[in-house]
Design a protein around this ligand. Structure first.
Ligand code: MV4
Length: 446
């Protein structure tokens, strides 16, 4: 097992990883920008090292600084967390070239899934259902017309280097196709430096359901159920739950078995999430995330296991300590992402936190790096806390979530707690009756 892990991240996820290390008897190194000298992840770690000025490009995204920090502190392994360098295949490769273990998938798998066209082609090869669409890159209007012939309108044009919804364009009819194609290619080039696009049938009312898998280096692969992440605003998730209120047990096991078989076929290792659109009882693969995800705690709560601990064990070469039959899905969990934002306009609200009181009690978990007197810096993502609640069923979970939101005090800055309080009493939400378009209709956005 590793003696010392460098946590290449900040905020709540740096704390989350530090906690798993502590419980395994592993020492931790925190990295921080000059804006994060007083951050909680720095305070809790065994040692810390400054890696640059506030802008992430000069610090948390600086590969040379990160490797230098690992060399200076004599770390054995690097955990990238989520965001920042977590899905950078070149970073993962350099980490390994320098003799450190990268706590995540192989650089090749990160690269394969980072390109959405190769991810889609791989999914087809290993028997995962995908959204009907083009075989590969759609180079020009003629190729677009050929692809559309078999699938019909409406279609969605997506950037191969994309993600986060950027560079996506809908064409409702043949008339709209030329402009949609041009716009998508132009945006793809501008955002990602890569104009490659592909075409899918546009699904009008899907849910976003993702399957968590764990794979060790010895051929063992398990799925840890699914998460319903349909509640998003501008492609940012707002609230996630496990299990999905939309699936029955047969569908759950069917999609889990497909994900496991596919991961085995491609020799995947460590943690991964297959994202699906789910509409009218059918699953359609869209992307695979090759990192620990923000919403991993809802899975931990229903499976009673520590995903970060498993990631570390796998990276150290240990076999999974359990099989699929040992994994029981128990009860229901919901995560609210709490952002330092105005709950109506969503304008960022960084600044100094006054009184701080986190909720507690049975079934309540708060993953946050906040403390009273902490100043939320303006340079990074506005998510400041995750409130995760577990109950024996969805209704108990909802009742508990309402009381936990009511207990939560974060003074001095604006937060999205009031938005969550509204959401968790909404009739549609209470009935589990929502799709990926529902939240934006509620908040009157776009
Ligand atoms: C789609 C889709 C409908 N049809 N693909 C948005 C981000 C990217 N990861 C995939 N996205 C979508 N792909 C087809 N063929 C609708 C979306 C979508 C969406 C997906 C998941 C969660 C929220 C969303 C909000 C708007 C659109």
């Amino acid at each position: 097992m590793f003696d010392k892990i460098l946590v290449a991240n900040r905020g709540e996820i740096a704390l989350r990883i530090h906690r798993a290390c502590r419980e395994m008897g592993i020492r931790t190194v925190a990295v921080h920008s000059t804006a994060d000298v007083n951050a909680m992840h720095v305070r809790l770690a065994d040692e810390s090292i400054c890696i640059g000025p506030p802008p992430a490009t000069d610090s948390y995204l600086n590969i040379q600084a990160m490797l230098t920090a690992a060399i200076i502190t004599n770390a054995d392994a690097i955990h990238p967390g989520y965001g920042f360098l977590s899905e950078n295949a070149d970073f993962a490769a350099k980490v390994e070239e320098h003799g450190f273990a990268f706590i995540g998938p192989s650089p090749d798998h990160i690269r394969l899934m980072g390109d959405k066209i190769t991810a889609r082609q791989t999914a087809v090869e290993v028997g995962i259902p995908v959204v009907p669409g083009s075989d590969g890159v759609v180079a020009d209007l003629d190729e677009a017309k050929v692809a559309v012939e078999s699938i019909g309108f409406p279609v969605l044009i997506k950037a191969s280097a994309g993600g986060g919804g950027r560079g996506m364009k809908v064409a409702q009819s043949a008339k709209e196709l030329p402009d949609a194609l041009d716009d998508a290619k132009r945006e793809a080039l501008a955002y990602f430096g890569n104009a490659d696009v592909y075409i899918e049938k546009f699904l009008a009312h899907p849910r976003h359901i993702e399957v968590q898998i764990l794979a060790d280096n010895h051929g063992n692969v398990v799925y840890l159920g699914e998460r319903d992440c349909s509640l998003q605003r501008r492609h940012q998730k707002v609230l996630e739950e496990a299990p999905s209120p939309a699936l029955n047990q047969a569908e759950r096991h069917e999609i889990g078995a497909i994900a496991v078989a596919a991961a085995k076929k491609i020799g995947y290792r460590n943690v991964g999430t297959m994202e699906f659109l789910y509409e009218n009882g059918k699953f359609y693969f869209i992307e695979m995330n090759t990192r620990l995800q923000v919403e991993h705690p809802v899975t931990e709560m229903i499976c009673s296991l520590d995903i970060v601990r498993e990631m570390i064990r796998i990276a150290a070469g240990a076999p999974l300590g359990f099989q699929q039959k040992d994994i029981r899905f128990s009860g229901h969990a919901i995560e609210c992402r709490i952002n330092a934002e105005n709950p109506v306009t969503f304008m960022p609200s960084p600044g100094r936190v006054g009184d701080y009181h986190a909720p507690g009690g049975l079934g309540v978990r708060v993953d946050s790096a906040l403390y009273s007197g902490y100043t939320v810096p303006p340079h990074y993502d506005s998510m400041i806390s995750k409130l995760i609640v577990h109950g024996t069923n969805r209704n108990e979970c909802l009742m508990r979530l309402r009381r936990a939101l009511d207990e939560y005090v974060i003074d001095g800055i604006e937060t999205t707690i009031p938005l969550h309080q509204r959401l968790v009493t909404d009739t549609d939400f209470v009935n589990g009756d929502y799709d990926v378009n529902w939240l934006e209709k509620q908040v009157g956005d776009e």
